[in-house]
Design a protein around this ligand. Structure first.
Ligand code: HEC
Length: 367
């Protein structure tokens, strides 16, 4: 897999609205461990609750500053995470201060936990001021997050950057160091340890497999299962049903018309065809009104066949209750990644894009 070439197709960019910073970079677990380390190493100078020293701005007789408070009342929030960490590592000597260095005594993750501990004491307004200034480059490593199995701190980070979207847990992909995260009804891919995200489809160019489509299958099955057959237009085999094909269709699309002519062949092979309305082009698309009329018709199957043959004189107006299903179909289609019609889905969620002649389509659906 290492040498495979991957391509991410961008069809959607920068939706992110920045969310309130009610989420912080650290986990409760880190805070808990940090509290213990703080008592052992820091409390003697910085106070039991990181509150020392109230007169931190005044130098003593030697011209040295006393240990400042780290609980948000001092000016620690003027420093980036990196600087806070390096101060703990290197101490204050370099700057003429007296704080001892902790390099070699405390590990990097100890130091993370210490900062987590005292930052947990920062009031929200101080923390968000600090985060607004510095936090952007401070994502934890995805590997670390996964390994530590910590309570989704990465997800909290993403949420902070991307707004209050529904986000899933990051999972590995076949591409090295590229992680997939469910993002609403899409997937985004994290690269460079989560510093960058790409929203789009991940395609293995060695074998042409669209890896995002594979991931989308479960979403598809879920979205489709929310429909009842009475919401759809169903062409059933007379005999035994061997397989079902869910087809997002538009009456105005030439290849949908072509496919519709072959529905009897599909039925004869035992394939049930369930039509979902998908007005490509949305409300302004050419098939939008016609699809609504079809869904409002008493005999929807006949109306579908008529519309696909461009016989529209007998179609009712499209302002009935069922016409809402056309809008719903459009939304569902968007959620499961449809970009054109016809788009068909097998029962296992596998997508078949575009028109496929029945001779080829039948074995694809039945296997
Ligand atoms: C011997 C006393 C002493 C100990 C122990 C000590 N510090 Fe400090 N710390 C100071 C002093 C004094 C300063 C102010 C700068 C200086 O003089 O070096 C400081 C500064 C800092 C700063 C910079 C704050 C700012 O507002 O700029 C941080 C962060 C910090 N200490 C964290 C820690 C942590 C975490 C520990 C425990 C691992 C620790 N310190 C242990 C005395 C101490």
């Amino acid at each position: 897999m290492k040498n495979a070439i991957f391509l991410a197709v961008l069809y959607f960019t920068a939706t992110a609205s920045f969310a309130e910073s009610d989420t912080r970079w650290f986990s409760p677990d880190q805070v808990k461990r940090g509290a213990v380390l703080f008592k052992q190493n820091c409390a003697s100078c910085h106070g039991q609750d990181a509150e020392a020293t109230s007169e931190w701005k005044t130098t003593d007789a030697d011209g040295k500053y006393p240990p400042p408070p780290l609980n948000g009342s001092g000016h620690a929030w003027h420093h980036s995470l990196e600087l806070l960490k390096s101060t703990i590592k290197e101490g204050g000597k370099k700057l003429g201060g007296v704080m001892p260095p902790f390099e070699g005594k405390l590990s990097d993750s100890d130091i993370d936990q210490l900062v987590a501990y005292f930052q947990s004491k920062w009031p929200e307004d101080i923390y968000s001021k600090w985060a607004g200034r510095f936090e952007v480059s401070e994502l934890p490593s995805i590997d670390d997050v996964i390994k530590a199995n910590s309570d989704s701190s990465l997800t909290r980070h993403l949420r902070k950057r991307l707004g209050q979207y529904k986000l899933g847990e990051p999972t590995e992909t076949a591409a090295d160091d590229v992680w997939q995260v469910k993002f609403q009804n899409r997937f985004l891919y994290l690269i460079e340890d989560g510093k960058f995200a790409i929203i789009g489809d991940l395609i293995n160019l060695e074998n042409g497999q669209n890896l995002t489509d594979l991931a989308r299958r479960d979403l598809t099955i879920d979205a489709i299962s929310k429909y009842q057959e009475k919401d759809l237009i169903v062409f059933e085999p007379e005999d035994q049903v061997k397989a079902t094909l869910n087809v997002f269709t538009d009456t105005s699309c030439p290849y949908c018309r072509k496919m519709h002519k072959e529905v009897p062949k599909l039925n004869a092979a035992g394939i049930k065809v369930r039509y979902f309305p998908y007005p490509r082009g949305g409300e302004k698309g050419p098939g939008y009104q016609t699809l609504k009329s079809v869904w409002c018709a008493k005999d929807r199957k006949q109306a579908m066949t008529d519309a696909k043959n461009e016989i529209t004189d007998n179609l009712p107006s499209g302002d009935c209750e069922a016409a809402k299903l056309v809008d719903r179909g459009y939304i569902t289609g968007g959620q499961i990644g449809i970009t054109g019609t016809p788009s068909s889905f097998k029962e296992d969620g596998e997508k078949i894009t575009g028109y496929v002649p029945y001779q080829k389509l039948i074995p694809m659906v039945l296997n």
